[in-house]
Ligand binder design. Structure first.
Ligand code: HPA
Length: 277
């Protein structure tokens, strides 16, 4: 038996002892964006530390719980705080929560994050819809024995971020008069911010925004056949593009300021998705 799959099933059983809620859409809230969960119609919540074997987030600004409830009548599970590779977890543990939400029933996954802007013209506070990603700097969560019941050994990644979801995000942003950037997200391991040379490399590779999460989660979700959407809040200009040194506080502050717009966008994307299905 695959030890990661074993752990996943144990976590699933543990979670099911606490709630029978069946979400349609799963949402991961990034740095500084966790407040969104406090405003939805909550049915239940489960702290990560109550789930046996579950990796617990240690990052300031990440709360560490699943919230179950409704956004405009759509059953959703929201992760208030995610698990990062830089916290020292095995990459398989990093994507365990994503797999867990799929086992609970979620078919759609909306990933959000705070990211550093690389694309010319980006400003802190901008939103970027993720159209594709580069994740070759981080180990793949699909390594090791493949669990066929989750997905195939060599999954196609030609369209990680679902066209239908992208259309809903773009139309919603337009309706809300939010200037939506689009681009490629590159994931580095962190926890250090990048050097100017690394950002020049990322730009040369075709990246528009940089972060320390999300791409591996999207990959695990695609492996399982989930439909994935991604939105980055540009919290800062990436190193070398901005003349200022970077700090986590800056990232959180920018996310806080973007929060009201983000809330409207996310709520309408979730309800838009349910109409589109
Ligand atoms: N680099 C990496 N991760 C980030 C950044 C950044 O500039 N901003 C927010 N998350």
């Amino acid at each position: 038996m695959n030890p990661f799959y074993d752990k996943l099933l144990r976590c699933y059983e543990c979670l099911r002892e606490k709630t029978s809620f069946e979400p349609v859409t799963a949402v991961v809230l990034g740095s500084g964006l966790g407040g969104y969960a406090d405003e939805m119609e909550q049915v239940a919540s489960v702290e990560y530390r109550e789930i046996q074997g579950f990796p617990v987030s240690t990052v300031p600004g990440h709360r560490g719980r699943f919230v179950f409830g409704y956004v405009e009548d759509v059953p959703v599970v929201v992760m208030q705080g995610r698990v990062h590779y830089y916290e020292g977890y095995d990459i398989h543990d990093v994507v365990l929560p994503i797999r867990l939400m799929k086992l609970m029933g979620a078919e759609n996954l909306l990933l959000t994050n705070a990211a550093g802007g690389i694309q010319e013209g980006m400003q802190p506070g901008d939103f970027m819809m993720i159209e594709d990603h580069i994740t070759q700097f981080v180990p793949s969560p699909l390594t090791g024995p493949n669990v066929e019941s989750l997905g195939e050994r060599f999954p196609d990644m030609s369209q990680v971020y679902d066209q239908g979801i992208r259309k809903v995000i773009a139309e919603t942003a337009k309706r809300l008069e939010i200037d939506l950037k689009r681009g490629v997200y590159i994931q580095f391991t962190g926890p250090n911010f990048e050097t100017p040379a690394e950002i020049r490399m990322a730009r040369t590779l075709g990246a528009d925004a940089v972060g320390m999460s999300t791409a591996v989660e999207a990959m695990a979700a695609r492996h399982m056949g989930m439909r994935v959407g991604g939105i980055s809040v540009i919290s800062n200009l990436a190193c070398g593009i901005s003349p200022m040194p970077l700090s986590h506080e800056e990232v959180q502050m920018a996310a806080d300021e973007a929060a009201p717009y983000f809330k409207r966008l996310l709520t309408q994307v979730i309800s838009g998705l349910s109409r589109e299905l």
